[in-house]
Design a binder for this molecule. Sequence first.
Ligand SMILES: [Fe+2]
Length: 453
Amino acid sequence: MESRASLPNNHTKLSGSRDMFMNFALVLFVYVFLSVILPLPAGFKAKGAMVIVFLLSAGRLAILRHFFPGLGGIETSKTLLVASAFFQGIVIILFLLAIARDLVWVGSFSGNLFHKAESARHFRVFLKGIPFTLGLLAVSSLLSAYSLYEAVKVPGVREVTMEIAGWPRPLDGFRVAVISDTHLSRFHDGPWMDEVADRVNALKPELVLVPGDLVDGDTFRRAREAKALGRLKSTLGTYVCAGNHEYISGLREWMPEFSKLGLKLLHNEHAILNVGGSEFAIAGVADPAAERRGLPGPDLGKALEGIPPNGPPVILLDHRPARAPGNSLDGRVSLQLSGHTHGGLFPILATLVKKTNGGFLKGRYRIGDLELYVHPGTGLWSGVPMRILNPSEITLLTLRSAPRSARFPAEGPGTAAPGASATAASATASGGTGEPGAAGETGTGAGENDVSR
Ligand SMILES: [Fe+2]
């Protein structure tokens, strides 16, 4: 187990990200200015007003971070965060719609689209005209409002059934509540987390697991939100791993705080749980962000130290999904729970997010004997709070027993070797099927977004 006293202080800011956000804002603004504002047949004053509004909206993140410096969460009022996010969303969506419109405009020069050159010219005038541009603005505003609502709401429950290689037969039907990427901040605040905890607790799960990015901000600023986190209840307790935002938020200070809240942080270590004589392990690995702050990076070997190859099945908490193929090669991990992608936020960006996360975006994947569930996030980072066709969720996993493949034959539940960093816990699991979903929407059943690899 990592010696917590030896960890250096990592209460640091997101370094170098301000420039990146500024550049991103500049690209958005310049394109919208050239493609939407400038061609409009409006007066100088009207265009000037639009320039100011769009410039402030595009630069929302960089501006807020300049005047209200904070960690991953921006330390200003929730009202300002939400209102400014609405305008930022309009610019982002308008930027994408303007690109789409301009591609069609360029395409209209092709002789294949129109038989008459006159029709093509009329079409181009229509595309760049005031009615169409106002239409784009209206669509962007509506989509931004919908996107923001989806981002800020308390999610419903999605029930998913997974067959886990080597899972003990007596624990068939074991229910695990998974929340991820809560990013507790002034955006997803204490009252929001209270409601999430109420919905999780109403499910009466055997276990609660959180694969990282719980908090944005230090222990002092997030005291109210932390209190809400401590309300999570289940038979066997809550286990978490650190996401990249935990290191940004000061993991050293959060470690004792998590412990006080009853959250068991697994940092390259594991715990063996014994439920009515059947054993399984929960392991957690560090995030690569740890290495940039002088902390040990992800080390699966260390996390599973003492678990024999045919030992108890392992549920691994690994914030980023991209390491799943590598983790599957170890042969001991039956289920990996990850987050990090936030489901890609919205179409188009999702393609990029998937590419940069090893081809994983959200939902279920199977890699050999390893089942991977990429959680789309219960919350998300308040910097770009957008969700289009990508609902947040509280997940209720029902674990079913499945045989191990011939490569990793099952030999019945094993025991951890002496010296393993294990916390024994004894409890009786109720098993059976899940309770009805908590208040609010009930998610789609198992199978949606399933991808086999
Ligand atoms: Fe996250």
